[in-house]
Design a protein around this ligand. Structure first.
Ligand SMILES: *Cc1c(COP(=O)(O)O)cnc(C)c1O
Length: 405
């Protein structure tokens, strides 16, 4: 048996439901009562080993682009120093087929599309999800339609186009309002319009928790820091770890850390004020373009969970984000600004004593810096321009810089 259930009031819907949210606007989650008896099985793919935890009848390997198997690394000394956390780990989701964790959830939405016999899939995205859906739809041989807001970065838009997606750029002042207006067209067009916080996508993000569990050989981190926008990623990580607990594989679960940009922090602000609904943000500017849901649908569920389970939250200013992007690059990781926001947040939470010195924190590297080159104008590039006969001097200046006065 498999069904969808609304996450706050528990209203049940058939698994096949097209709409991504309940009629009352709550987020939906997949319920699989057999999960308590789930076993880990042998298998090549992560989703084969954890098939007992997943709701799909058929999972065709042909739909995979090789997502997952991403490294879980101890952070470099520089990053341990900045965060103040010797036990900092990085889960590098930039090493997915379209360079963000979105591919995990796109795979499961394509499993679903295949199972339901859908020939078109659609999504609304500021960039990474649209790119991911375009690539996976191309692989599956079905049509993709991607709705993007006018501020989506050009490289991500071009990436959608090269995979053959139909891209619809919408100018609307309020991205949250644009999203719900477009999602409401699903029924009329009999079209599944995949959102960042839909129940099937969240099943794919669960797989990241399972992979971490395998990589940590049964150890459970204390915290996972997650740059949060639509809320699907953080919900999937939480659901995955909790299902491992339900099935008896772990005794406790990591607490989540909600990371947002200070200029757009609907959840973090709500938590600070003790509210259970997101505080809507609009007309904001941030370099963290991948976390721009100003009023995430389903955010109230996340705030409930945060309050019930002692999650932490924090935000980062524009300067902090750019500085962290440079620090991560200095340690070898070229990530998006949205991803970098976690580093200053961890530092501040550690300084405030919310995270103890000996606790283990996993920082999710959600997306690659190559996908938002526009932001690089904010960084100073140590570039030397020289004719050939100036190379000797340039080299000697680099190796033996003239002493500063
Ligand atoms: C989508 C995205 C996020 C936010 O994830 P949600 O599931 O929308 O909360 C964070 N970072 C990057 C790079 C993303 O692409």
């Amino acid at each position: 048996m498999r069904l969808l259930r609304s996450t706050l009031t528990g209203i049940e819907y058939p698994f096949e439901r097209l709409e991504e949210f309940a009629d009352n606007g709550e987020s939906l989650e997949v319920v699989l009562p057999s999960v308590a008896q789930a076993r880990v099985r042998p298998g090549t793919y992560l989703w084969e080993r954890f098939a007992d935890f997943l709701p799909f009848e058929r999972m065709d390997p042909v739909l995979s682009l090789g997502e997952g198997n991403t490294p879980l690394l101890p952070a470099a000394p520089l990053l341990q120093q900045i965060s103040g956390l010797p036990g900092l780990l990085l889960k590098d989701e930039t090493q997915n087929p379209t360079w963000s964790f979105k591919d995990r959830g796109t795979l499961t939405t394509l499993f679903m599309a295949r199972e339901m016999g859908e020939r078109v899939t659609a999504t609304i995205s500021t960039g990474n999800m649209g790119h991911s859906v375009a690539a996976y739809a191309a692989r599956a041989g079905i049509m993709a339609i991607v709705f993007i807001p006018h501020f989506a970065p050009e490289p991500k838009v071009q990436a959608m186009a090269i995979h053959g997606a139909s891209v619809v750029r919408v100018s609307a002042p309020d991205y949250a309002a644009m999203k719900s207006a477009i999602l409401s067209l699903a029924g009329e067009f009999r079209l599944r319009i995949v959102s960042g916080n839909g129940p099937i996508r969240v099943e794919g993000y669960k797989l990241i928790a399972f992979e971490m569990f395998e990589q940590l050989r049964g150890q459970v981190p204390d915290f996972i820091a997650v740059p949060t926008s639509a809320c699907g990623h953080i919900r999937g990580l939480w659901k995955g770890w909790n299902e491992l607990r339900l099935a008896g594989f772990v005794e406790r679960v990591p607490r989540m850390i909600i990371v947002q940009a200070a200029n757009n922090s609907p959840l973090v602000t709500a938590m600070r004020r003790g509210l259970r609904r997101p505080v809507p943000f609009r007309d904001f500017q941030t370099v963290a373009e991948a976390i721009t849901s100003g009023n995430p649908q389903g955010g109230d569920e996340i705030l409930e969970k945060a309050a019930a389970h002692g999650w932490l939250a924090g935000d980062a200013t524009e300067e902090e984000i750019l500085e962290a992007q440079r620090a991560l690059a200095a340690a070898g990781h070229f990530v998006e600004p949205a991803t970098a926001a976690s580093l200053p947040v961890l530092k501040k939470l550690r300084q405030a004593g919310e995270i103890a010195l000996d606790q283990t924190v996993v920082m999710m590297l959600t997306g690659s810096g190559l996908k938002d080159m526009g932001v690089l104008k904010h960084h100073r590039l140590p570039l030397v321009d020289t004719p050939l006969d100036g190379v000797r001097k340039a080299l000697s200046d680099i190796l033996m810089p003239p002493t500063q006065v």
